[in-house]
Design a protein around this ligand. Sequence first.
Ligand code: FE2
Length: 214
Amino acid sequence: MRCALELLKTDQHLHQLTMSLWKMLLYHDEYTAKHSSNVATYAYLTARSIGLDLHSCRNLYAAGLLHDIGKIKICSTLLNKPGSLTNHERRQIEQHTQYGQNIISLFKNIDPLIQEAAYKHHERLDGSGYPDGIKGRHIPLFVRILAVADVYDAMTTTRPYQAERSHSCAKKIIEKEANTKFDEYIVSKFFLLFNGNSKSSLLTNLENTKLFAV
Ligand SMILES: [Fe+2]
């Protein structure tokens, strides 16, 4: 299987643009950039597992890298604030979806689907998400994939305001919300990626396939 970064390189312009924006995010907030890299990988592998074509997989990988790009407009102190957020702070952070769409729209060569992913990745099937509370079929397939990858990685990594959850704990929570907040089919395919039923088993496989090798 050709690795995701190789696929990105087949479109040099998209690759360079995506990586430049991602490096800006890395400079601003290291956690968000690494999280985005993980999300990109999970989303790419899920897309491959459901048989999406290589072009869509490549775009989904780029969408994962850029889904939180809007956070470069938000102070890193707020992004990494320990403890709970005030309503005002929460609203500020939620604006990253709109900021992300605005930033990506400046680059005409980036597929509009990637812009849409940045805007909609916090939407949920039951309408409980943001920014617009759209439901069901109004949430595109690639956004559904990103949503599962995003939530899984957020749960299984340590944040100043939240302890890292185990793979099995995150799996239990996400599977409980399959068909309400998340797409049931995508959730089932996502967890099939983890052969050894743990996060480390997938990461080891990724190292073996040199997915991260640039
Ligand atoms: Fe986000």
